[in-house]
Design a protein around this ligand. Sequence first.
Ligand SMILES: *Cc1c(COP(=O)(O)O)cnc(C)c1O
Length: 312
Amino acid sequence: MSKSPNIFTELHSENQFVTEFSNGISLYLKREDLLHPEVSGNKFRKLKYNIARALEQKQKTLLTFGGAFSNHIAATAAAGELFGLKTIGIIRGEELGRNLQNTLAQNPTLKYANSCGMQFKFVSRADYREKETKAFEQRLKDEFGEFYLVPEGGTNELAVKGCQEILTENDRQFDFIAASVGTGGTLAGLINASGINQEILGFPALKGDFLSKEIEKYSFKENWTLKLDYHFGGYAKVNSELINFINNFKKKYKIQLDPIYTGKLVFGIFDLIKAGYFPSGSKILAIHTGGLQGIQGMNTFLKKKKLPLITF
Ligand SMILES: *Cc1c(COP(=O)(O)O)cnc(C)c1O
């Protein structure tokens, strides 16, 4: 397994020019995906100040929640290993715990997290829905002792603070900053770090109108919009149009996108450009948050569904 960057000192990514469209609109990608081969760049950023806080509190254990292919689970496991913190992942899906060896053999995300030393507790979907309650937390404390709790998807105030560092002074030259939205923590960080003349566009990777509220909770500016038409049916839902877009994009620009987040983001940007949404001459910076560790798992699913696979 490749070495992790020190997330306190080594989170710097470059903007890569992708292409210029006929109306002078140019697209750049901030290559946060290159921060680590397995871990989504934004997940490390979200953990940065949380780990600092856990270390300050002399905590020995990080505990968090996620689905079986969660980028956040992979990131927490990697960061815990890096800083000598024990990690516990509460994973949705009781059935996955019945035969752990079998699960690990079939699930690259959990296999990676396990290789970083993460301990799993598999819970039913009903229990998983209760995970934010005090009663559930107490049960976890009874079982595992003290821990530093990181919420599902990693979003809290400290996470947003970490995501504010995605943008630099140099990025003020862009008219639009675009990013995929899961919990909204990353977008809130981008909004807080943006200039007043910049417009921040969020592309939710899932259905639902609760995201605006989440983003408002953590951000203090109004120069942002959500583009709600690019979730492709919901979280982790894909179709062959999206897969083909990801594969063609890779062929043409030699950049790998993931099917859950960044594929939908870049598809949406191309679609909006076609629809004339951006004024001519606009400079767009899209954040490539990563997510590439999820491709293998998605391909297993696509194969079963007899859909085209993601070239990887
Ligand atoms: C988690 C994730 C997101 C979404 O980030 P939020 O802060 O939850 O909105 C976007 N892209 C990738 C690759 C991710 O792993």
